[in-house]
Unconditional design. Structure first.
Lengths: 459, 599
């Protein structure tokens, strides 16, 4: 079909253009819009009939003159060109270079929308990734092919934590490192620069593909940015057999851009003005990660989700938590005490941990050590609450032991240096050291054999 | 299926999965083939010449003006041998075959039948039937050994009635082969095959509905011993993310004494289904000793798969469940999650511009939910004795708020409610079923079974344990305000007793090889052990023994660990431990009595 061009734009509102009398335009196709003054913008068809077509304009609709606008239907979906040259480059949400270097030229072009992985073709993720961070490795282990978000709040060090994970992540007893796909949506210039410098100083830059949309870039572009980034991740993983770690920050800004467009379209709002399809839309992004049978590469994902007003029940962290395989939750309270990384273990969880740890993967005592630490810490937090009401002096000796454990745990197990890369053995040994402050009989989650082998206490 | 009417029209508008077509004469609910790709959809409303279609696949690239074709039948599934052990998508396409044809990603417009056409099955005709017999819907024509454990009964499809004119002899047949003929009252002859089709939105008929009589044993203590579910019942597992809904559902799928398990992954994670797919073929069914996959089938519509097929997947699963029920089996269907199903309804209704009532959900949410759950039940089948469908739906309330529409409407319909608690999950108390907010309407019916099969003190012990837990909640509030020193010794012993029940009985690790399944006998032994210790200790405290003396007993740690030391065949060892502790208590009593007499 020939490329069609129209100047029948009839309406412009909030990132959308309506064009009349445009027969046979395909749903989802790419559109180029000329503003009549030599500039062009990109768009996508989001509703199509012969009478009227609705177009989402990625660069936004500010400063458009309806009379002057020309709309060209390119008769192709939104695509990105792929080649190994893509590593080390920086792009915008549409895959156009941001680093001043020429665009990628390649025969391989893929639609960024992707399609659903057949569940029967997936293979269950079970290879332990050592991040060197005790609260993750020991208690919420990450495995290859998992999507594990960081739930954070404004002012918390989620970017530093993400950068540390990128630096340190490796398979146990192996140094095959990850290729990194970094997707920044609506972040500040300073945050983007932090990551760029971080990648450069740790020498991984040649192994990184960056997609950046800053806070003052058009928000509509944020809708395709994670899809473009994941199309590249799929190429690296399944065409080039690499293990890819995708870091996306910040999914909250993505969802806000989605809400902005949904409102303009007149979609029925569900919670807090977000459209009813927010769950499906987020799932389309998150579920692109995983492992596939007989493919060497894999996609592991660490999205950063900032919780508006630290509210974990806000629709974005809430729906994210329902899709991802766990979450790492940062706590303002720990951060204010100067503990880095301020991971609050109680609400944190890794669903895929169970098959990635234990005898053949990490160490045989790992599963029960994690369960025991969680139980002790839960009890210790209760005791801490109690102590804040009745005073620590009123506590029984048993309770004082829990109180001390809570402090030691926060300081020594949760807290670690930004450059400190703890092996899983070091993490587990530290756990035993802390648990040995308790009498043997109170450690009921551990088996007799494990206690005999590792317990260091007096009785 | 060609009819008089013109069944070809064209596309007018595309709005995501909702497509408006111009096709006069098409019926509501009819299947439609859309566009040059041949995407399949379903008519959901009619307006003059125009029909609104929801498509089961992404409509990217579809253009107005492309053709639309009415297929003449509503969304149906194929019912016959070859379903078990399989994994199907939301409209019953076999995902393993799709993977062979289209690779790792699902290509659009593929149409593959649910059942294998090539495979031959050994058919054994029903010896009680002979030509000339009157047969009707549900009559068992014969059997096929579908898997080692499941004997598949070949049924006369609902709606057919008349005289059997011919029945094939024993032999190997593919599902399209004729295995018999039936002549109806009008004299028309109908071909009978190993399979038939049934529209998914229509419940399959049965002779009459019955009350449930025996509990579904799941091997999970907090469920079986505290909030039992009857076979044929309907239950819900609501919980915020991370509370362990999926693990509870998978544990039921693994260990329940149902004869058929249907697991519907509706809008959930792909990796969870893979977990089932990879582990079930290796796991052993504790009742038959055979591989679990032999009695299991999966329906998978993961969260990233098209939303309209997600809405259909629950009906597809239910129809297959009813089919096995009609063979006289006890079927359990797990739907994870009904909230995603409700969201699919919301998404479609939003695209249609329907007036939302609560949180964007359409007004028909509650009636649709009720209709889905009502398809569960224990029934008398036409020819295969009693059968049942137990439906257990996971609910994912936004923000863990149980007052939201899907949870609250579900709560009105179901009989067992296993409420998962974030607090328990955060403390890694699994399963995190909260004993305060959960309920079961089946306790009395289940008690009859427990009293006959296990121990006649079951109901009394259950009530005592729940009362102790309630007391524990009260006392904990006091402790949180003024500290444990303010409590009397008896009150502190109550806390200890509740903690024995929580750690020794309620907590159960799905990952622990011994503890993952617990027989009813072991369940009662553990409950009885914890409560006997509590009772005995209380009498000592009443005699004046200080509580710390009892709390320091090393045996208490063993009681907490007992569940993962002894398996279900070693119930006697649990009783022995009880006796050992009784002796220890007795010696404390004697020692104490001696001290007193010395004073």
């Amino acid at each position: 079909m020939s490329i069609k061009e129209y100047r029948t734009a009839s309406e412009v509102r909030g990132g959308l253009i309506l064009v009349r009398e445009t027969p046979g335009v395909a749903f989802g196709d790419r559109v180029r819009i000329s503003d009549g003054r030599g500039g062009t913008r990109d768009g996508q068809v989001i509703r199509a009939s012969n009478e009227e077509v609705m177009i989402l304009v990625f660069e936004g609709t500010d400063d458009l003159d309806l009379e002057a606008v020309w709309v060209r239907f390119l008769d192709e979906p939104v695509e990105i060109a792929l080649s190994p040259e893509i590593l080390g480059r920086e792009f915008n949400g549409l895959g156009e270079p941001r680093d001043g270097r020429p665009p990628i030229l390649s025969n391989i072009r893929r639609a960024v929308g992707g399609s659903a992985i057949n569940p029967a073709a997936r293979s269950y993720p079970r290879e332990f990734i050592q991040t060197g961070i005790s609260t993750i490795d020991g208690l919420n282990s990450l495995v290859r092919g998992q999507k594990l978000p960081i739930f954070s709040g404004s002012g918390l060090p989620h970017n530093r934590l993400a950068a540390q994970i990128v630096r340190q992540a490796k398979l146990k007893d192996e140094d095959s490192s990850f290729s990194i796909v970094f997707a920044a949506m609506g972040v500040s210039y300073a945050d983007a620069k932090f990551f760029r410098d971080e990648f450069a100083s740790s020498g991984v830059l040649r192994n990184v593909v960056m997609f950046v949309n800053l806070a003052d870039d058009p928000p509509v572009e944020r809708l395709t940015l994670p899809r473009t980034a994941l199309t590249v991740a799929e190429y690296l993983a399944y065409d080039l057999d690499r293990h890819v770690l995708v870091v996306m920050t910040d999914m909250t800004y993505y969802a806000e851009a989605l809400r902005e467009v949904a409102t303009a379209k007149g979609d029925v709002p569900a919670r807090k003005g977000y459209p009813g399809y927010l769950y499906s839309d987020l799932a389309e992004i998150y579920e692109r990660c995983g492992r596939i049978h007989e493919r060497h590469g894999s996609i592991t994902m660490m999205p950063v989700v900032s919780m508006p007003s630290d509210d974990i029940t806000h629709p974005i962290p809430d729906l994210t938590g329902y899709i991802t395989e766990g979450q790492i939750v940062l706590s303002r309270e720990l951060h204010n005490q100067g503990i880095y990384p301020p991971v609050h273990i109680s609400p944190s969880l890794s669903r895929l941990m169970k098959d990635g740890i234990g005898k053949d993967d990490t160490r045989e005592d790992h599963p029960k050590v994690a369960a025991q630490l969680y139980a002790l810490y839960a009890r210790a937090l209760e005791t801490r609450n109690l102590a804040s009401i009745i005073g620590a002096d009123e506590l029984s000796e048993r309770d004082r032991r829990y109180l001390k454990f809570a402090d030691d745990f926060d300081r020594r197990f949760v807290g670690q240096g930004e450059a400190e890369d703890r092996s899983i053995e070091a993490t587990l040994n530290l756990a035993w050291e802390l648990m040995s402050a308790f009498p043997r009989d109170s450690l009921t989650r551990l088996s007799e054999t494990e206690l005999a082998k590792y317990y260091q206490g007096n009785d | 299926m060609m009819s008089e009417r013109n069944n070809l029209g064209f596309i007018r508008e595309i709005n995501g999965p909702i497509v408006t077509i111009d096709l006069p004469g098409i019926r509501s609910g009819e299947q439609v083939k859309i566009g040059e790709l041949g995407l399949v959809g379903e008519v959901i409303s009619l307006n003059g010449r125009e029909a609104t279609v929801q498509t089961y696949e992404s409509t990217d690239g579809v253009r107005p003006g492309e053709p639309a074709e009415g297929l003449g039948w509503p969304l149906s599934v194929e019912l016959g041998p070859g379903l078990l052990g399989g994994i199907f998508d939301g409209i019953q396409r076999p995902l393993e075959k799709i993977a062979l044809q289209s690779g790792d990603y699902i290509r659009r417009g593929l149409s593959l039948p649910g059942l294998d056409r090539e495979r031959e099955w050994e058919f054994e005709p029903n010896p009680e039937l002979a030509p000339g017999h009157q047969i009707g819907p549900g009559t068992v024509l014969g059997t096929v050994q579908e898997t080692e454990t499941v004997l598949h009964k070949i049924l006369v499809p609902p709606g057919l009635e008349g005289e059997l004119t011919e029945l094939a002899p024993n032999g190997d047949y593919a599902i399209e082969a004729t295995i018999g003929h039936l002549r109806d009252k009008q004299g028309h002859s109908h071909r009978l095959k190993l399979y038939h089709r049934w529209p998914v939105r229509k419940p399959r008929p049965y002779l009459k509905r019955d009350d449930g009589i025996s509990p579904l044993i799941t091997g999970q203590r907090v469920i079986d011993s505290f909030f039992p579910q009857l076979k044929g019942g309907k239950g819900a597992v609501p919980g915020p993310f991370g509370a362990g809904k999926t693990v509870v559902q998978q544990q039921i799928a693994r260990w329940s004494n149902a004869e058929i398990v249907i697991y519907v992954g509706c809008g959930e994670r792909g990796n969870e289904l893979v977990d089932v797919l990879e582990t079930f073929p290796q796991l052993e069914d504790p009742y038959t000793g055979r591989k679990l996959m032999e009695k299991t089938l999966l329906v998978a519509n993961t969260s990233n798969m098209p939303v309209v097929a997600r809405e259909a997947s629950i009906y597809v699963g239910l129809t297959m469940a009813e089919y096995y029920r009609d063979m006289g089996y006890d079927v359990v269907m797990l739907a994870d999650s009904t909230s995603r199903w409700a969201e699919a309804l919301r998404e479609v209704s939003g695209r249609l511009g329907q007036m939302p009532v609560e949180e964007g959900y359409p007004a028909y949410l509650s009636s649709r939910l009720a209709a889905v759950y009502e398809r569960a039940g224990r029934v008398e089948t036409y020819d295969a004795g009693p059968g049942s469908v137990t439906l257990i739906g996971a609910v994912s309330p936004p923000g863990g708020d149980f007052s939201e529409p899907v949870t609250s409407h579900t709560k009105d319909i179901i009989e067992t409610f296993w409420a998962l608690s974030k607090e328990l999950a955060d403390a890694r108390h699994y399963p995190s079923i909260d004993w305060v907010t959960s309920f079961s309407a089946h306790v009395h019916a289940a008690a009859e079974w427990w009293h006959k099969e296990v121990d006649r003190r079951w109901e009394a012990r259950r009530t005592q344990a729940l009362a102790l837990l309630a007391r524990d909640a009260e006392l904990s509030r006091i402790v949180n305000l003024v500290g444990p020193e303010a409590l009397s010794d008896a009150q502190r012993w109550q806390l200890e007793g509740a903690s024995l029940i929580k750690e020794g009985v309620l907590q159960q690790s799905a990952l622990d090889e011994v503890d993952t399944f617990c027989s009813p006998q072991k369940q009662f032994a553990l409950l009885d052990l914890a409560l006997s210790i509590y009772d005995k200790g209380m009498t000592l405290i009443e005699l004046g023994v200080p509580v710390s003396h009892l709390q320091d007993l090393p045996q208490l740690a063993k009681v907490r660990r007992c569940k993962s030391i002894y398996n279900s065949d070693q119930v006697a060892s649990i009783t022995d431990l009880g006796r050992e502790i009784e002796d220890a208590f007795e010696s404390i009593r004697l020692q104490y009595a001696k001290q007193h007499s010395d004073d």
